[in-house]
Ligand binder design. Structure first.
Ligand SMILES: [Zn+2]
Length: 67
């Protein structure tokens, strides 16, 4: 279970959630013909709008990070 989120800016516990979709999806790079991508979910403060947390909803679709 997630721990309760609160706004780091104003301290409000009133949090809302929305999703970034379509062309603002996070894409694998370099982009391929059948590109793999994911929506991003945003948790934000209902009072001041500060984004508290972002989550890539399909992390398994992406390349591993290499140094
Ligand atoms: Zn806030």
């Amino acid at each position: 279970m997630n721990k309760k989120l609160s706004c780091p800016d104003c301290g409000s516990m009133e949090v809302k959630v929305g999703r970034q979709t379509y062309y603002a999806r996070l894409s694998n790079y370099p982009v391929k013909l059948f590109n793999r991508d994911s929506d991003i979910e945003y948790y934000f403060c209902a009072k001041c709008g500060t984004i508290i947390k972002q989550v890539v909803l399909n992390p398994e679709r992406f390349n591993d990070y290499e140094q």
